[in-house]
Design a protein. Structure first.
Length: 142
């Protein structure tokens, strides 16, 4: 499996310098895992979603480097699963719903916001800049 990491400063700076003055960089590639790219926004998203994980990540403590490492590991695992069995890569809706219910009732950060109630869950998501669809997509990929 091929893994290519983009260096953080030099290529981005030279790429920006080559762009016209009116161009705006909205996102940039921070890593490529085989044919899958990982963007800076993916790392930011992973850091926001860390609040859903129990343990250290559930406390919201996740560095950009650790978030990138997790995304790379997950991409490699998902690629391996797809190679072995395409059906195994996608959980059934009942599994996703069960995991979501578990998170809403057991993750410490969620308990403090009363996530078991729909109003508490909506407040929790808003506080962390998350949308329900993104959380479900995240749970499917995990």
């Amino acid at each position: 499996m091929a893994l290519c990491l983009a260096t953080s400063g030099l290529p981005r700076a030279s790429a920006q310098a080559a762009q016209p003055a009116h161009a705006v960089v909205l996102d940039h590639v921070v890593a490529a895992v085989n044919d899958q790219t990982i963007l800076a926004s993916d790392v930011d998203d992973e850091m926001r979603l860390a609040v859903l994980d129990p343990g250290e990540a559930g406390l919201g403590v996740l560095t950009p480097q650790r978030a990138l490492d997790q995304l790379i590991s997950r991409a490699l695992i998902q690629q391996q699963i797809r190679q072995e069995d395409a059906m195994a890569a996608e959980p059934v809706q009942a599994e996703v719903d069960a995991r979501l219910t578990e998170i809403r009732k057991e993750v410490p950060a969620c308990i403090h916001q009363n996530c078991a109630s729909d109003a508490g869950w909506k407040t929790f998501l808003a506080m962390h800049g998350l949308k329900p669809e993104r959380v479900e997509s995240y749970l499917r990929s995990r």
